[in-house]
Design a protein around this ligand. Structure first.
Ligand code: DNO
Length: 392
């Protein structure tokens, strides 16, 4: 398994030289400044690639995360021909620059979603947290989605509505900002009105029609990915459940089965994100990893502690509900299989996904979930597990 590290380029407060000191070798990044749907042109791709590889730090751009999919593709509206054409051009430009592992997701409107970006940990430091109570209150009270009453537990609704009846305007603004924090680019942040409008555009789009739109996307881009030996790796929904009344279709073993079988191809694969899948009590992450091991082209490793009402908190990498040693064993066994069958480039790049904010992280004010010390701790722990398995 190859150690990689997510870097937000110019937008990141963490420098390449700091990343080099973590021991990671691969860089996971994207052209975050390009609006969704536009072409990543060869000059821009090569400039970022060269900036990384000419740093003299033995770092290389290994994985794109993400090549985002325009909302119109997910909704199946607008000038799809141009959008698909642009996506294919970007894939081709990336492959020509030698970058062939592409992570993307198919979550409507929002990316990963948390209600708290700085939940206090008992021994100091903070974690990302999804409180079902706060999310229910946000949907019912702040967005006016009465239907959400059917989508959360009674306990979560009661606690959420109690909280929001006492919340200040500032509390509500912080909640909205936390929910928006997962969107990776600079462009899409919504206020309540904007979010209501964006959600309304999905009226009439259910799981079936979202799958149709996803299927069309796969049909349009996978042949190009094949032509350039690109590995497309869909990232699971985070959390793996519907939110804001929008369907999510990459949330379970069945969903992954659908993705893989809809367009059978060496280029159609998965990002194994242990924390995203692991936040759903319906998912056994190790079993899922075993079932789809041949399709794992990239991995995000982190852990979560789930609670009864559907809430979860990000745990440190080796604690929480996922048995990380078992999970890593699955990936290492798959790598052995690939080597034995002569598959080149079978090594799975992985990154310590998220991390607690620890020690000096607080002062640095990095992207939520992406601090230096917390991720260094996570990477070191994961590295220890890999080393122990490989050397027993
Ligand atoms: C969260 C990340 C996701 C991921 C995208 C991939 O930390 O794992 O934002 O980058 O969903 O498209």
């Amino acid at each position: 398994m190859k150690e990689t590290w997510r870097w937000y380029g110019e937008l990141d407060k963490i420098s390449l030289s700091e990343i080099a000191q973590t021991g990671a070798k691969g860089i996971v990044t994207a052209l975050h400044e390009i609006p969704y749907g536009e072409i990543w042109n060869p000059e821009q791709v090569c400039m970022l690639r060269d900036k990384i590889s000419s740093s003299g730090l033995d770092l290389h751009w290994d994985v794109v995360e993400s090549l985002p999919i325009h909302e119109n593709i997910k909704m199946g509206t607008g000038d799809l021909k141009t959008l698909f054409g642009n996506y294919r051009r970007s894939l081709k430009n990336l492959a020509n620059a030698g970058i062939k592992t592409i992570c993307y997701n198919f979550m409507p409107i929002l990316d990963w979603t948390r209600t708290h970006l700085k939940a206090d940990l008992p021994r100091g430091g903070t974690a990302l947290r999804f409180s079902a109570a706060h999310m229910a209150a946000f949907e019912i009270n702040m967005l006016g989605r009465e239907e959400a009453r059917q989508e959360y537990t009674d306990e979560a609704i009661e606690n959420g509505l109690d909280w929001i009846s006492r919340a200040t305007e500032e509390d509500k603004t912080t909640l909205l900002a936390s929910i928006m924090a997962g969107l990776p680019g600079k462009f899409t942040r919504y206020n309540i009105d904007g979010l209501k409008k964006a959600v309304a555009l999905y009226n009439g789009i259910d799981k079936k029609s979202l799958r149709e739109n996803y299927g069309r996307f796969l049909n349009e881009v996978i042949p190009t990915a094949e032509e350039f030996s690109i590995k497309m790796c869909v990232h699971p929904d985070d959390p793996p459940r519907n939110i804001l009344g929008l369907p999510r279709i990459v949330s379970s073993e069945d969903d992954l089965d659908w993705v893989i079988n809809y367009h059978k191809s060496e280029s159609n694969g998965l990002t194994l994100c242990s924390g995203s899948l692991g936040a759903g009590s319906h998912n056994n992450v190790t079993a899922i990893a075993k079932k789809f091991s041949k399709k794992i082209f990239f991995a995000h490793l982190r852990n979560v502690s789930k609670e009864n009402d559907g809430s979860f908190e990000e745990a440190s990498h080796l604690n929480g509900d996922i048995n990380m040693t078992e999970l890593i064993t699955v990936v290492l066994n798959e790598e052995k299989r690939r080597i034995a069958s002569g598959i080149s480039q079978g090594e799975v790049p992985f990154r310590p996904d998220h991390g607690h904010e620890l020690l000096s992280d607080k002062k640095k004010n990095t992207h939520p979930g992406y601090p230096l010390v917390g991720r260094l701790r996570g990477l070191s722990e994961l590295r220890g597990v890999i080393h122990a398995i490989n050397n027993r």
